[in-house]
Design a protein around this ligand. Structure first.
Ligand SMILES: [Ca+2]
Length: 266
């Protein structure tokens, strides 16, 4: 009799516990909103100008294009990946603090930090073709097939018409329930937006349509202690060689630029 009564209590309790466990599993383990965690492996190391305050980085047609910042030191550069040699330079007037760049067709577009002005250059000659304005600060810049995609250090990403530079729409970047502040240098890779998160050694992967965070890449310690002999600033700069599926990262004043492979974190 006693055993039977215990069983009667035990079985519903067990079922309840099992149901709670299944709900927790679904919510926290297989929840599609849970970002995927990534770590990295360095597969190649290249020289990077330690005087470059990297604000924009692109790989296009076998070369790196880099936008650097700081007033009086801001440039647009074409750089040979293998050597770090600077092949072409355009120096911005001293009043401008250069920011993100992207290559769109035969043009290079460059933002500035707090001047509310962007510059458009001929990709081959670096001739300044035109200027445009925008109401926010300028941080990172990349593009998909249709739009320029811009960050301003807030959790917002702005999608601009690449001809008129007018804002078409924007998304807020949300990691489950939290806004992600400090979105900095950007790269559009295989339908996802990768963004440096200032001032961390992390890259966030974003779903462009919604702003939902789909992954985090932790590259903490990528620059070895012996490479800090000269002062360096923060990790910043993502470029992608789509033809060869190579991912490059660097930082402001970093003496090195890394090709990395992403590895799922344990
Ligand atoms: Ca980039």
């Amino acid at each position: 009799m006693f055993v039977k009564r215990s069983l009667k209590l035990f079985i519903p309790g067990f079922i309840l516990l099992l149901a709670v466990a299944i709900v927790c599993f679904l919510l926290f383990v297989v929840n599609p909103d849970t970002p995927v965690r990534w770590t990295y492996k360095v597969v190649n190391t290249f020289a990077h100008d330690p005087k470059a305050f990297t604000q924009g980085l692109v790989f296009e047609d076998g070369f790196l294009y880099e936008g650097t910042g700081l007033n009086g030191r801001s440039e647009l550069r074409k750089v040979e990946l293998e050597t770090g040699n600077i092949l072409k330079t355009y120096k911005l007037p001293d009043e401008f603090f250069g920011e993100g760049i992207t290559v769109f067709g035969d043009r290079i577009i460059q933002l500035t930090y707090q001047s509310n002005v962007g510059f458009v250059y001929n990709k081959e000659t670096f001739e300044l073709l035109s200027e445009f304005s925008y109401p926010t600060e300028g941080w990172g810049l990349t593009h998909d097939d249709k739009y320029l995609i811009m960050s301003d250090g807030t959790p917002m990403l702005y999608f601009l018409d690449p001809e008129t530079f007018k804002q078409k729409h924007k998304v807020m970047v949300i990691d489950q329930n939290s806004q992600v502040w400090g979105l900095n240098e950007l790269e559009y890779i295989d339908g996802e937006i990768y963004a440096n998160v200032w001032p961390t050694e992390r890259i966030v992967k974003i779903e462009p349509e919604t702003g939902r965070v789909i992954g985090w890449i932790d590259v903490e310690g990528i620059l070895a202690p012996q490479d800090h002999s000269e002062p360096v600033d923060v990790f910043n700069g993502i470029a992608y060689d789509a033809a060869n599926r190579r991912l490059f990262v660097t930082g402001k004043f970093y003496p090195k630029l890394f090709e990395i492979k992403l590895i799922p974190a344990k």
